[in-house]
Design a protein around this ligand. Structure first.
Ligand code: PMV
Length: 310
């Protein structure tokens, strides 16, 4: 099928950060993988590049999304396509919904422009959109979504884009994702941490370095198929995030619940704060998911990497 007749559909996966959120903003590595859930963008022929948005969005939200979309569209030569979106992801809960939306839109824009949607180009353009949403994101969210595989991501300080290395897992890597409470915007949590970091620089620098080391060790554990070591790295990372002031009673409570249900490791994922997403690494998460759903907890499971059962 040539680019003229191919359906204009693009998918952007949501993501979870297994290890290394926040320290990745300061140049340290993070281990992140794609969820099986995400955002789907569908394009239909139109006179100009256009994003169809639901009426339920506020005027400010519409302006932000339209501005970001048009920024990416211009880079693709403003192809004549109207893009609509369907999301399976909860918004603003640490699962990379804005990055998934950016990747899905960019895939459709590239296809409409008759260009190949290779991951590196998708990531470059999705970063343009993410910069509208978040200012100066580390890039781990949209890179994981564009690559659609488990990666160790690192961005040197001062650079806008980082580098990703694929991390192969010989074993299935499955997580339970639980959603807890309400969350402050990532920008606010990242900004407050930056103030603490500027004030007590030496101490915070040490903690960021520790998290970076734990992320590198975690990637090695994955490659060695040592899920117990990965789980331990996640638990230690949670302790360090807590030391940085990024956890809260509802998140801690869920972390301990997941560990109680047999998680090899559990931690908050994403920006953290008053609420958000918590992940638990399980060999088989289904029983724990069923138990938590019965108790009214919003949760699901996803395989991030490794061989899949047929
Ligand atoms: O917006 P979230 O919750 O997916 O968090 C993104 C990860 C951070 O490290 C906190 C920020 C960043 O730019 O990497």
């Amino acid at each position: 099928m040539d680019s003229q007749t191919a359906p204009l559909v693009g998918f952007g996966a949501g993501k979870v950060i297994l290890l290394g959120e926040h320290s990745v903003v300061y140049g340290h590595p993070a281990l992140a993988g794609p969820l099986s859930y995400g955002v789907t963008a569908r394009g239909s022929k139109a006179k100009k590049s256009q994003l169809a948005l639901p009426d339920t969005l506020s005027r400010a939200q519409r302006a932000l999304l339209t501005g970001a979309f048009q920024r990416a569209a211009r880079q693709c030569g403003s192809p004549g396509v109207k893009v609509s979106l369907e999301s399976e992801l909860p918004l603003s809960m640490g699962l990379g919904s804005s990055a998934a939306l950016s990747v899905a839109c960019v895939r459709v824009l590239l296809k409409a422009a008759g260009r190949k949607d290779v991951p590196a180009e998708v990531a470059r353009l999705a970063l343009e959109m993410e910069q509208e949403f978040h200012g100066t994101p580390s890039g781990v969210d949209h890179t994981t979504s564009a690559e659609e595989r488990l990666i160790l991501y690192k961005r040197a300080p001062g650079q806008s884009a980082g580098r990703a290395r694929a991390v192969k897992s010989p074993r299935p890597l499955k997580v339970l994702v639980a959603l807890v409470g309400e969350r402050s915007p990532t920008k606010k949590t990242v900004g407050a941490l930056r103030e603490r970091q500027a004030r007590w620089s030496a101490r915070y620098t040490r903690l960021f370095q520790q998290i970076g080391t734990v992320a590198t060790e975690g990637a090695k554990a994955v490659e060695a198929g040592d899920l117990e070591a990965l789980g331990d790295a996640m638990n230690v990372n949670q302790g360090l995030l807590s030391a940085l002031g990024l956890s809260s009673p509802p998140l801690e409570d869920m972390v301990y619940r997941l560990r109680g249900l047999g998680a090899l490791g559990a931690k908050l994922t994403g920006a953290g704060g008053d609420g958000g997403a918590v992940i638990g690494l399980f060999l088989e998460p289904e029983q724990a998911v069923a138990k938590l759903l019965q108790l009214g907890v919003r949760c699901f499971s996803s395989q991030l990497a490794g061989p899949r059962a047929l």
